[in-house]
Each structure stands twice: as structure tokens, then as C-alpha cells.
Design a protein around this ligand. Sequence first.
Ligand code: G3I
Length: 391
Amino acid sequence: MCFVSKKLYTAFPFVVILFLLTSWPIYGKTEANLASAYKDYFSIGVALSKTDTQSEAVRRMVLDNFDSVTHEFAMKWSQVEVKQGIYDFSHIDSFVALNAGADKRIIGHTLVWHKANPDWLFKQEAIKPTAARDFYLDKLKTYIFTMMGRYRGKIYGWDVVNEAFNYDGSFRKSPWLDTIGEDYIEKAFEFAHQADPNAELYYNDYGLVNSKKQTAVAALVQRLKVKGIPIHAIGIQGHYSLTYPDLTKLDETIQRFAKLGVKVMITELDVSVLPFPGQEERGEDALISAERFTELNPYSEQLPDKIQQQHTNRYRDLFCVFLKHKNTVSRVTFWGLTDSRSWRNNWPLEGRTDYPLLYDRNLQPKPIVAELINLASSYKSACNPVRVYKE
Ligand code: G3I
């Protein structure tokens, strides 16, 4: 029978305390998380809504899993310069303070877009067409200097211009194109660099596996470089599905952009599980007749396990492409945290039930979160060597 000596009895509590103290970092450390799993490859970000930022549970998940944050809506012009010359920075100030305090890289989205402009901006009857260019160049410069100047040194990078090209490579119709002309993009980057010389500057768009659109963006990057106007990365938005885009096309897109001497960011990643009839490409707001609603909203009650597995596999396949290009891809941002608040529930058809993100409607992580964490350390064998992974 083993007798524990008297001395050990008295020492026991100290042994336990000593163990806890020495192992505290293990107990105190959060589970392995996405951002730490990918810290040697690329930043892992998430877009947050106003509702998200008011939720303690969401804040905890952001702290635990992401090292970069983007606001989904609050930094768009219509939400900032609420009246001509009148700015409301209140929500952005708290968003920046909260995330800077948590050591998160903050991405400003977006300075120049054909959408989300304040109503008053392009309703200036008094401006003669011949004066429009100068008037709107001044408006653009003033806004960029005001917005970027306020957050200089706090916002790491900016989507300077968003979605400026069509699928055929032409300039998308935009009030900026109509008033300033085709060089509104270069001017926006020029002003942005002047406003915060240390901020990273990005061009952001969707559907960039489309070769003509890709060529237009590549030409823009080359124009900026020839003029000595800084651009640091191309944002590939990543609004995908279980079948779109073809992984080889995505692989080739990243390779093509890498040759331009800029980084690539996957800026708005979500993977819809719902049918997207018609276009191969993600066209304009391709709203579909509501009569087909039931057919196009097959998982209104819950997501079948089989589809959940396909969704997991699709994210893994996409990450295999990103990991193949880890020296080019510098950030992957999920366009939202939880399925319940994804814009994909309402596009291209309002009111569907989609499951595009990493967290479900109960704010629980889906299996894909653990799978992506594991993939970070096993991708050289786990990624399909035939299809996409050849470092
Ligand atoms: O906050 C108001 C709320 O007070 C109001 O009751 C409600 C009803 O009108 O609207 C709420 O604002 C909505 C906002 O999202 C916040 O939820 C706006 O109407 C709605 O237009 C806005 O949609 C955003 C959209 O961009 C337009 O700015 C989506 O959340 C956002 O996911 C989406 O993101 C875009 C990227 O910026 C660019 N790339 C494509 C991507 C998807 O469209």
C-alpha cells in the first residue's frame, strides 16, 4: 500500500498552485483560431455590420478568430457626409476605437463607388456641364482628405475605388465617370495617397475571373504604376457559390494579378449554397421572378448535411487556391460572420435563406472553421495536388 509522506501532504496545495500558474497560458489561451492558424500566410478578416458591433458575443468571436475588420456599410459616403459639409463620424469613431484597441487591422470600405453616394451629391442643379469635372474633382478630393485624414494611422488600408468596370471591360456607368471622366479612378488613388501616404490602397471588384474585366483591371494597375500613383493590391471580392468560379480560373486570375507587382486580397468572401439560375458570371443585380421562389429557396427550414459537407469542401478548395498563392494573397476577409446577417439572403432574390458564412444562425461555428484551422498546417498534403496545389 503506498503511503504518501506527511511532507508531501503539506506541499500538495503549493504543487497544484504552481502547476496552474505555470500552465495558466495554456488554460488562459483561447482555442487555436483562424487568424493565428494563418498568421504565417495571410490575414484573416471579417466584415461587420452595425448590429454585429453591438453584440458582445460577436466581439468575442472577432477577437478570437480574425486579425482584420471591415465595416460592411458605415464607411460608405452616404453614411458619412449626411448633408453637404456635415459629417457623422460617430459610428466609425467607435468602430475604429474598439478594433484598434483590440489590435485589429481596420479596412476602410469604400471611398468611391457608383452606389451608396449621398442623395445630395449628384443633384447639384447649379453646376454647368462644363464645370462638372472641376466641381466633382474638388468634391472627391475634399471627401477623401476629410475621411482619410480623420483616420490617418488608424485605418490600415482602403478600398479606394469599388466596382468600376463591366464584364466586357468597359467603364461601368457611374456618376463619377459622367462628371469627371475615365480618370476619376486615377484621381481617387492620387488623392488617397496624398491624404494618408502610409495607408495601403486597393482597387476592389467582383467577377474578376472574367477575362475582359480582368484585363481592364490589369490595365488600370499598369496606368497607375506608369503615372507613379500607388496601388498596393487588387481586391477580388469572392462572392462565390458551390460551383462558381471554376478553381482553375481563380488560380489563373491570382497568377495574372501577381505579375502586375501588386498583392491580391480576397475581400468579400462568402459561398452561397442556393441556386443561381442563368448567368455563369455574377451579373448586375440580376433579380429573378418571385414565382420561382420556392425552387430557388430550397433550404428555408434547414441545410441538409449533404449540402453542408459540399459547402465545407468548397471552402477548403478555395483555401487551397489561396494557400497556393500565399506569397501573393495578403488577406482573406469573410463578408460577414453569421449566416443570419448575410446580404446573400437577399440577393439576387429577397428573403431567401442562405448559409454562406462560417457561423450559423445561432452564432455557432460550422465544421468548416475547425477544418480551415487544420488545413493551415496540412495543406501541402491535404490540398488536391492534381487540381490546384503546385507551389
Ligand atoms: O442600417 C439601416 C437600417 O437602419 C434600416 O432600417 C434598413 C432598412 O432600410 O437599412 C439599413 O441599412 C442597410 C445596410 O446594408 C445595413 O444593413 C442598407 O439599406 C443596405 O443598402 C446596406 O446594404 C449593404 C450593401 O453593400 C449596400 O451598401 C450590404 O449590407 C453590404 O453587404 C453590401 O456590400 C457590398 C460591398 O459594399 C461591395 N461589394 C458588394 C457587396 C454586396 O452587395
